[in-house]
Design a protein around this ligand. Structure first.
Ligand code: CMC
Length: 423
């Protein structure tokens, strides 16, 4: 039953409508509050603000639940493939066999390199971080593909799903000074990526099914996460009617930050630094608790998960399985396990409900798969892409208004201009 909320301000009462989502999340609609009362709401970091209604991903941070379009992340990670999940996110339903076949074959067709874009990529120095490179290249894609005609959006979404991994491959091969191989068109999406990344020019390459399965799983686990920083960025940029390339490019830039997707690179660098420093995890736990140190335990904590991150649970197990199956003995795995164990029993972390997040163990798997550290966040971007696309499409379909927050001005009040000679 819908009810109104009442807010008392300056001796007056104002009624605001409320509504309830399909999982009983309750909201007060404050859109008219300023018109009615002169007050705006203030919520830095949007800790308590729903910016949109969305039917894509459901997340319950207290219970550790994550579902895409109603399907649990555990089941999808176990039974699905990344492109099937991409279809589900973008179109709202699991594909039939023929829908999936045509989705996959269209994406495969777009994997054929855009030679001009690749030439531009080749001019970017190796010293540039791959996240900066792919963000720039994705933004440039609007130079090559129409965004105005009917049907362009659907095609461009598939182009992006095909091209983003290609950009990662161009970057990796450029660093090695190697040519990019021709894609083996008989392979699935993840296997093609592995073949193009790791096949040496002129040599046969067999994709290890353990590796390809692990990659599928990782990408599925990253595919959407409701209104996180990069997705909110994609929606905010898209709300100005910027095209999908511009919106996704902005999302990639937002993802690159160390508090967001950039954390997966930082985690491995942190674990390596602890190893080089003698492996004393207690010292680093103490540093993380000391605000003056400026050090945070990377891969720990989450804005919405307050018991555990269901993705981290799956990834931790996958890390164990993958390392065993590949016969890899990564010494940072035991450092990570020690850190986790210590933090889970430490009052500071317990009181603040800080648990390992998706980034804590993902880097260890990426490393075992042969992905270089500076490309970990690119892998996150490849995984998150279907989520960005689904959210961008939803924003457009729902004809959402331009995003434009208010502020509380705290600067100078009016003052007279001072001539330069008198300053
Ligand atoms: N190490 C030490 N202390 C921490 C950490 C951490 N990793 N994370 C949060 N805290 C403390 C923080 O200092 C604060 O303490 P106090 O209440 O005494 O001031 C309290 O916990 C709450 O932290 P917050 O920064 O207010 O929480 P937030 O919701 O604004 O930030 C976060 C969430 C993920 C940015 C933060 O936990 C963090 O910086 N974690 C490390 C970076 C990281 O792993 N990021 C990846 C996030 S998951 C993947 C993704 O979605 O991108």
């Amino acid at each position: 039953m819908s009810q109104n909320s009442v807010i008392n301000l300056d001796g007056q009462s104002f009624e605001l409508p409320t509504f309830v989502g399909s999982e009983n999340e309750k909201a007060i609609d404050v859109a008219k509050l300023r018109d009615l009362s002169g007050y705006v709401t203030y919520d830095p970091g949007y800790k308590n603000t729903g910016a949109t209604k969305s039917a894509i991903t459901y997340l319950d941070g207290e219970e550790g639940i994550l579902r895409y379009r109603g399907y649990s992340i555990e089941e999808l990670a176990d039974k699905s493939t990344f492109l099937e999940v991409a279809y589900l996110l973008i179109h709202g339903e699991l594909p039939t066999k023929s829908q999936l076949d045509s989705f996959e074959s269209e994406i495969k067709q777009y994997t054929i390199s855009n030679e001009v874009l690749k030439k531009i990529a080749d001019t970017i120095p190796n010293s540039v971080h791959p996240m900066a490179e792919i963000a720039g290249l994705v933004g440039l894609m609007s130079a090559f593909h129409s965004t105005e005609e009917a049907g362009d959006d659907e095609k461009n979404m598939m182009r992006l799903i095909a091209t983003l991994p290609m950009m990662a491959i161009w970057n990796y091969k450029k660093g090695l000074g190697q040519e990019v191989n021709l894609a083996d068109t008989s392979l699935d999406y993840c296997s093609t990526f592995l073949q193009l990344m790791f096949a040496k020019p002129g040599e046969a390459y067999t994709v290890d099914p353990v590796v390809s399965k692990a990659l599928n799983k990782l990408l599925i686990l990253h595919a959407d996460h409701e209104q996180n920083c990069s997705t909110s960025t994609v929606r905010l940029v898209g709300s100005s009617h910027a095209n999908v390339f511009a919106s996704v490019s902005a999302g990639i830039q937002a993802l690159s930050g160390p508090l967001h997707g950039g954390a997966n690179q930082e985690v491995i660098e942190m674990l390596e630094a602890i190893k080089a420093d003698g492996g004393d995890t207690d010292k680093y736990i103490a540093m993380a608790k000391d605000k003056a140190s400026g050090f945070r335990l990377m891969g720990f904590g989450h804005r919405v998960y307050k018991n555990f991150d269901p993705r981290a649970k799956i990834i931790k197990k996958a890390a164990d399985d993958v390392l065993k199956a590949l016969g890899v003995n990564d010494p940072v795995l035991s450092i990570a396990q020690h850190l986790e164990e210590a933090a889970l029993h430490d009052d500071y972390f317990v009181a603040r409900k800080l648990y390992p997040n998706v980034d804590f163990y993902s880097g260890i798997i990426y490393r075992a798969l042969g992905i270089p550290t500076n490309m970990f966040t690119v892998m996150f971007a490849i995984g998150r892409l279907p989520g960005w696309l689904a959210q961008w499409k939803e924003l457009k379909t729902n004809k959402e208004p331009i995003g434009r927050p208010r502020q509380i001005y705290t600067g100078y009040t009016s003052r007279a201009f001072v001539d330069i000679a008198n300053r």
